[in-house]
Design a binder for this molecule. Structure first.
Ligand code: CMX
Length: 434
């Protein structure tokens, strides 16, 4: 058994009695009430999901397994010559809550390498799709197509005890996750690089090999490692994580569940916002017609967007109430690598102006930037200017978190998800009785 699986099994065995005890002895303890505003308003703030993989504090931002972003980067084994950790070691950490040794990390690196290659039928499928299909549609379809290889689905058909569900789920995750950078790079090169592909380099880790297959030189390998880590997990209530969890709760396998989660990520209020930020910014620059942007014309353009009933992409959040630390982390990367890049200066100018504009408008509960406001400029700087591909990068990263979560969902025996709905008349009746 691999070191990762062994540690995971131990953690699962330690964790199971905690859930059993909570359910059996304290199942009636209240975590909160649900208001009409929450029932109508997208269940905002309703505490009804459980995960230990990450926790999102409105003011502090995300913690992965109890660690902030800088603490996580600091703690994990680094790729030689790189400031960023192995994605594989990060995956070990998310899955088990334990910081892996270099040896344990390299074991995952080797295991992932074995599972990188895409089945030929996925390539055939992608090639039958019209080339102008959105890359997120291709990404989701590629994942879904691989469902035929699900070990979980096969073992379920053969008959399997509930206690064993996590094992084939974990096996599917170990098979699916390493294929995602390959799938993403294939879509990218097929759509935007004259269909000329670059074979994997067997000497490289997941982040390094992704940069290699994309055809973008260093330090893009570090960009990839940073992106995948930052976008991995944001607790369980966001659309992509919740969808993946919900679909998997019906005992749909990892392929069905992730493909569904990726479809949610493709919405402009969620992951697609990173492409929207670039689209908005480039539209703004085009209108300037080569003139130097000023704070005043940024402000005007933001108001134009709001006055036309549209959202300012990359700003606001359902949970966060301050600048997203994932934004800050990428901003620091920009300050180190591209401080004088004109596009970065525009993005920084928007950061200076947009919160006041949103506050003045008075609608958004959080006027601060989220992860998507700062991610596109880095891609653009390294030559990845096809912004409709940006959400695929988010998707590869997000898979690390959500696939970890559904492995744990099966390990802890979480049931099929099924909240209760009420009619409008029932809400009105509740008001009368209140
Ligand atoms: N621009 C304009 N209006 C905004 C806004 C923004 N950036 N953020 C929120 N608002 C508006 C909402 O549309 C809502 O308007 P209505 O009352 O007319 O419906 C009002 O402010 C209150 O919304 P909220 O409670 O502050 O925010 P929600 O929890 O409903 O929505 C989010 C959160 C992220 C969807 C929203 O802030 C938004 O649309 N942001 C822009 C899109 C974006 O950047 N999404 C990416 C989020 C991160 C990610 O998942 O990748």
């Amino acid at each position: 058994m691999s070191s990762l699986k062994e540690v995971l099994q131990k953690k699962i065995e330690e964790h199971r009695p905690r859930i059993t005890r909570l359910l059996k002895e304290h199942g009636d303890v209240k975590l909160g009430d649900v208001t009409i505003a929450q029932a109508i308003g997208g269940a905002r703030g309703v505490r009804c999901l459980v995960t230990d993989v990450s926790y999102l504090d409105p003011y502090e931002g995300i913690r992965f397994r109890g660690k902030t972003i800088p603490e996580t980067i600091e703690a994990l084994p680094k790729v030689p010559g790189s400031a960023y950790p192995y994605v594989e070691g990060f995956f070990f950490f998310l899955m088990t809550g334990e910081v892996p040794t270099m040896e344990q990390t390299l074991e995952v690196v080797e295991e992932f390498k074995k599972n990188r290659e895409l089945p030929l039928y996925v390539i055939d499928l992608l090639r039958t799709m019209p080339r102008d299909t959105h890359p997120m549609t291709m990404f989701s379809a590629g994942i879904l197509a691989m469902q035929r290889d699900s070990v979980f689905a096969k073992r379920y058909q053969e008959g399997m005890s509930k206690m064993d569900y996590w094992e084939p789920m974990f096996e599917d995750v170990m098979s699916l996750l390493p294929k995602l950078p390959t799938l993403a790079a294939y879509i990218y090169r097929m759509k935007y690089k004259e269909d000329v592909h670059i074979p994997a380099d067997p000497s490289l880790d997941m982040g390094g090999n992704f940069a290699h297959m994309m055809g973008i030189p260093a330090p893009y390998d570090d960009v990839a490692r940073m992106y995948f880590l930052l976008h991995s997990d944001h607790e369980s209530g966001n659309v992509s994580a919740h969808t993946t969890h919900l679909v998997a709760s019906a005992l749909s396998d990892a392929f069905y569940a992730l493909s569904a989660g990726i479809n949610g990520l493709a919405g402009p209020l969620h992951g697609l916002a990173n492409q929207e930020v670039l689209r908005w910014t480039m539209g703004f620059m085009d209108k300037l017609g080569g003139a130097e942007p000023t704070e005043e014309n940024v402000r005007e353009a933001l108001w134009d967007t709001l006055n036309s009933g549209q959202v300012i992409p990359g700003y606001g959040h359902a949970v966060l109430r301050k600048t997203d630390p994932r934004y800050t982390s990428q901003r620091e990367f920009c300050l180190n690598h591209l401080p004088d890049y004109p596009l970065f200066k525009v993005i920084s100018m928007i950061y200076k102006v947009a919160p006041d504009v949103l506050r003045e408008q008075g609608k958004a509960k959080n006027p601060w930037p989220n992860v998507d406001a700062q991610s596109g400029v880095i891609q653009w700087y390294y030559g990845l200017t096809e912004w409709d591909f940006y959400t695929v990068l988010f998707g590869v990263g997000r898979a690390i978190g959500v696939l970890t979560n559904i492995t744990w969902d099966r390990a802890l025996g979480f049931p099929i998800e099924r909240p209760k709905s009420l009619t409008t008349a029932m809400l009105e009746e509740a008001v009368e009785k209140a």
